[in-house]
Design a binder for this molecule. Structure first.
Ligand SMILES: *[C@@H]1O[C@H](CO)[C@@H](O)[C@H](O)[C@H]1NC(C)=O
Length: 124
């Protein structure tokens, strides 16, 4: 009868974790959520947080194809963010285009002006 204490502690932990999830405490948007189910502001949020390291600073690294960043960049609905006010201050447009390239996103001409950025222009 003394072995029940460890399993009840485990149960408590599960309850705490579940409560946090139900309360909507999520530190970041999980990229494995069905891409189509993300709202435009989810996508914008995901881009800002997961791509930041690739588009800021002096000589940022290329985003790996399997990165969280690319999972947002290649979201079927990604161009909806072009209509949002994006805080552009720190974004390096050259690096942004490299990320778009590295993730394999093709930018249709009608989206080449996106939230104040010129994207997708080839051959610079
Ligand atoms: C922008 O990023 C490119 C590389 O992607 C780098 O060569 C350039 O120095 C960066 N510009 C600034 C102002 O940091």
């Amino acid at each position: 009868m003394s072995s029940s204490s460890s399993s009840s502690r485990k149960a408590t932990l599960v309850v705490v974790v579940l409560s946090l999830m139900i309360l909507g405490v999520r530190p970041f948007i999980h990229p494995m959520m069905a891409a189509e189910s993300l709202s435009c502001s989810d996508i914008a949020q995901g881009l800002l947080s997961s791509c930041q390291e690739y588009v800021t600073g002096d000589d940022p690294p290329l985003a790996p194809q399997d990165s969280e960043c690319c999972s947002f960049v290649t979201n079927p609905n990604v161009f909806c963010v072009c209509d949002l006010p994006i805080p552009a201050g720190m974004v390096n447009e050259t690096a942004l285009n490299k990320v778009i390239d590295a993730c394999g996103l093709k930018v249709p001409p009608e989206h080449s002006n996106c939230a104040g950025f010129h994207i997708g222009g080839e051959g610079e």
